[in-house]
Design a protein around this ligand. Sequence first.
Ligand code: PLP
Length: 482
Amino acid sequence: MQEIKFYNGENIPLELHKVRVVQKLNLVPVERRLEALYEGGFNTFRLTTKDVFLDMLTDSGTNAMSDNQMAAMMQADDAYAGSQSFVRLQKAVEDVLGKKYLLPVHQGRAAENILANAYIRKGSLIPMNYHFTTTMAHITQQGGKIVELLYDEAYNLNSDYPFKGNMNIEKLEEAITVHGAKNIPFIRMEASTNLIGGQPFSIKNLRDVRAVADKYGIRLVLDASLLGENAYLIVKREEEFQNASIGEVIQLMTELSDIVYFSARKLSSSRGGGICTNDMGVYRDLEPLIPLFEGFLTYGGISSREIEAMAVGLYETLDETVICQSPGFIEYLVNALDKNGIPVVKPAGVLGAHVNAMEICSHIPQKEYPAGALAAALYLISGVRGMERGSVSNQRDEYGNETYADMELVRLAIPRRVFTLSQIKYVEDRMIWLYKNRHLIGGLRFVYEPPVLRFFMGGLEPVNDWPQKLMAKFKEDFGESL
Ligand SMILES: Cc1ncc(COP(=O)(O)O)c(C=O)c1O
């Protein structure tokens, strides 16, 4: 790993790119932000960007594209069937991910839909390191269940354990013994486990999972949406790979997996997604579902331009200077918040900084959604849009009961090469102020709750007038400042 040291000893993540296309941002007054919250049901997904200053909702589809990606888009071949853009993408998938057969899909959850349709039946169980919202929804829609098999350390938010995304091997063996291998169509490993704070697994762990999968004849599926970042952290943290390249580690991870699927919105800073494998049997199982749900097999619902951007983006995933930027900024923000006593998931992971709402808002019971409340409060006092990753993002159980999340997090996503360091410092500053005034944050309750993936479009309201009180304190301290 390359490191650039500052003479004065400061530890600052230096941008290794220059900004050539820019987009204007809006920082609207706090009064407007309060109105926007009410209009958007205190759900940051429902804000529109004219009211958002720093959009830290997600890195999905929001990473900055490179000049080479943009250039490649110009050579798109829009043929319905047999497009040369798809041929270029196939080559990129084979070169970068080491898989010969590619099924294109319009985004990551579409890959999950295809896999769930093909392999999940009532009574199926999918062991995984941890669920992702859309993954779980697709599995349960088909009548399957999931079981999450992390080590206890993963639930310790204030930790220095380098591989919290590791799957607990003893629990995996136990789950297979209890439920029977025939009821387990695949084991799922998620790279840079999203919902526990973007935490990686190690190659050693993946090898151990592979050995168990082989022992019982079960397929191993890798969710590779955040593969580059997981590989980057393996090189940084796993001794055996300290001299390896990101590309070598990626190849090792995909070699150990029978099926690799991904959201290209994340993996290759484009749009789209894919499922790839070297197993013709798997390819044949999935092939008929692509024209049914996505589009013809050489575009899968993705525009040809995006397919070109995806191919170039995949190669760029191998470039350490592309991959290191977001984790570098995240580490910077996590350290800065931690230094100020703000509970934040440690060690710093990828995708974003994750603040611990369960602790920050310990006065708000889980049934009043502390992470949702903290995300709304942060938006109100800063215009920064984070994402609730707590109980609002959980789904009710099969009997309709609320299930509370293991962690109540607010994710402050840092997409690749989008923000500047002064913007990150602004987030730090406003979080410090909010933490000092956290007693003013109150709870939320649902007024509109969709039956599936409720966090996307659900509407909430504050349990009392806490937003007005928080705004009043903001104005007292900041005067006319935005
Ligand atoms: C780990 C993981 N899997 C799957 C998905 C779904 O991908 P998409 O948003 O492209 O549907 C995401 C999206 O954030 C993700 O983080």
